[in-house]
Design a protein around this ligand. Structure first.
Ligand SMILES: NC(=O)C1=CN([C@@H]2O[C@H](COP(=O)(O)OP(=O)(O)OC[C@H]3O[C@@H](n4cnc5c(N)ncnc54)[C@H](O)[C@@H]3O)[C@@H](O)[C@H]2O)C=CC1
Ligand SMILES: O=C(O)[C@H]1O[C@H](OP(=O)(O)OP(=O)(O)OC[C@H]2O[C@@H](n3ccc(=O)[nH]c3=O)[C@H](O)[C@@H]2O)[C@H](O)[C@@H](O)[C@@H]1O
Length: 452
């Protein structure tokens, strides 16, 4: 079968690479309007950093995996078309700041309707508001000219930094479709693709709306756990309880489980916030204000956690960070990715820049261009420098902030760092990554999240 995927981003690229890698019989073409992104997918320097991705792409590219900007040809030739374009939060008009902006999805639907000559199975891979498939279907049917279109929902559950492992061995694959004979046939075709490597019992099939809503719900539940433990971290700081100990204690209850209980500077990433805002908007739209308010609390708590961290840095540094050098270690929203979308580091840096701090930022994978773009500062801005390594960033610093849990930060020579800092040397571990007692023995005034 010929498969096309529209959107060569963090989801489209790795997901299609895995399908090509696992299904030698299928030819997969990933298309995007962004020429430089496609060029990067065709080069030795892929546009995204993801452990294990290079090998999977290298193995399949040129054989049954292709990256192209020729959207029309790929759609025309494919029997199955995945839509994996971005669905950001709307920034204008009705629903601004909450609703999902579906203009890219609609453009894809119209393009498919325009270019297709035969029947197609259209698969929603992007995360979408529940009942979006209805709109996609109406656009396609209104322009069908006798062709038949089946719409499936196949949300993606991979997490960045572990995308290849998640794709290789997913907890489940979810496929929603119309419960008609044609719909069930289309579902079966997609089941057959995944069944090349995913055990059949882990491929869940549902109706379209359950599938669309399950994706928003999964992200809301995951984010809710982080906000819940972050809420408790504030109480721990007030009471000398230790949030990591509390997390371990509650996580051993098999009904709660240990995952996603790591207190932090707040969750980031391109999806949690946008998907919960979307859920909130949907609840308001359907006249469910109590449900909307309930989920909005997850975002409110996350905002509180990010700003609370910055406020604590400022108050600890004698209520002023003006003209003080602050080393920021980590800028990505989590380790093992170069993605900075909605990273807590952006908000914390912005809060400190407003207080006229001089930030020296280092991240192992995020480029200087990206950091400057996120903070909206040019190379001339005296308040932001981007450093080559952690030792340069911490030279002469009044404080060190750990904002991403990169493994390399665990093994830095903290004695060396301490020796080159201003005294008192403060360290704020926003990821509870380091051994605070060992740091305090060196002489640091070190503190973590939710630790008395
Ligand atoms: N990033 C993640 O870890 C996950 C994201 N998702 C969802 O997957 C979807 C895609 O997310 P990402 O891959 O992160 O986005 P992305 O922004 O990295 O990639 C989207 C790509 O689509 C392209 N595009 C937009 N409109 C197009 C059009 N009309 N024709 C051709 N190309 C077009 C853009 O140029 C861009 O390269 C979103 O709905 C997101 O919520 C779901 C699970 C995980
Ligand atoms: O829809 C999506 O985009 C994806 O969103 C998340 O994946 P991702 O955002 O890539 O990464 P996560 O591992 O979920 O981390 C999100 C944020 O939460 C933070 N986090 C995570 C776990 C935790 O215990 N504590 C915590 O603060 C991370 O540092 C990061 O900032 C989900 O985990 C994926 O299942 C989903 O497919």
């Amino acid at each position: 079968m010929k498969i096309c995927c529209i959107g060569a981003g963090y989801v489209g690229g790795p997901t299609m690479a895995m399908i090509a890698h696992k299904c030698a019989d299928h030819t997969v073409t990933v298309v995007d309007l962004n020429q430089s992104r496609i060029d990067a997918w065709n080069s030795d320097t892929l546009p995204i950093y993801e452990p294990g991705l290079d090998a999977v792409v290298r193995e399949a590219r040129g054989k049954n995996l292709f990256f192209s900007t020729d959207v029309d040809t790929a759609i025309h030739e494919a029997e199955m078309i995945f839509i994996s374009v971005n669905t950001p939060t709307k920034t204008y008009g009705v629903g601004a700041g909450r609703a999902a902006d579906l203009r890219f999805i609609e453009k894809c639907a119209r393009k498919i309707a325009e270019v297709s000559q035969g029947d197609k199975i259209v698969v929603e891979k992007s995360t979408l508001p529940v009942r979006t498939a209805e709109s996609v279907k109406r656009i396609l049917q209104a322009n069908s000219k006798g062709r038949k279109f089946q719409i499936l929902s196949n949300p993606e559950f991979l997490a960045e930094g572990t995308a290849i492992a998640d794709l290789q061995n997913p907890d489940r694959v979810l496929i929603g479709g119309e419960q008609s004979p044609d719909g069930l046939l289309a579902i079966q075709k997609l089941v057959d693709v995944y069944a090349n490597w995913v055990p059949r019992e882990q491929i869940i099939t549902t109706n379209l709306w359950s599938s669309e809503l399950s994706k928003l719900t999964a992200n809301a539940f995951l984010a809710q756990r982080i906000s819940s433990i972050n809420a408790i971290s504030a109480l721990c700081e007030a009471t000398e309880a230790n949030v990591d100990e509390v997390a371990t204690a509650i996580g051993t209850d098999s009904r709660i489980g240990p995952k996603f209980l790591k207190s932090s500077v707040g969750f980031g990433g391109s999806c949690f916030q946008k998907d919960i805002l979307n859920l909130v908007y949907l609840c308001q739209h359907f006249g469910l204000p109590e449900v909307a308010n309930y989920w909005e609390g997850v975002i409110t708590m996350n905002d509180y956690q990010k700003h609370r961290f910055a406020r604590r840095v400022i108050s600890t540094l004698f209520n002023t960070v003006s003209d003080k050098r602050i080393a920021v270690l980590g800028f990505a929203f989590k380790k093992d990715t170069n993605d900075t979308r909605e990273s807590a580091a952006i908000y914390i840096c912005e809060d400190l820049i407003k207080e006229h701090a001089n930030l020296a930022i280092y991240d192992p994978k995020v480029t200087e261009v990206q950091i400057r773009q996120d903070l909206n500062v040019s190379v001339e801005n005296p308040h932001v420098s981007v450093c080559e390594d952690a030792y340069t960033a911490t030279e002469g610093a009044h404080a060190v902030l750990i904002l991403t849990e990169w493994d390399e930060f665990k093994t830095l020579d903290y004695q060396r760092i301490y020796d080159q800092m201003q005294m008192p040397a403060f360290l704020f571990d926003g990821r509870n990554l380091l051994d605070l007692e060992a740091l305090n023995r060196i002489g640091f005034e070190a503190s973590g999240i939710g630790q008395g």
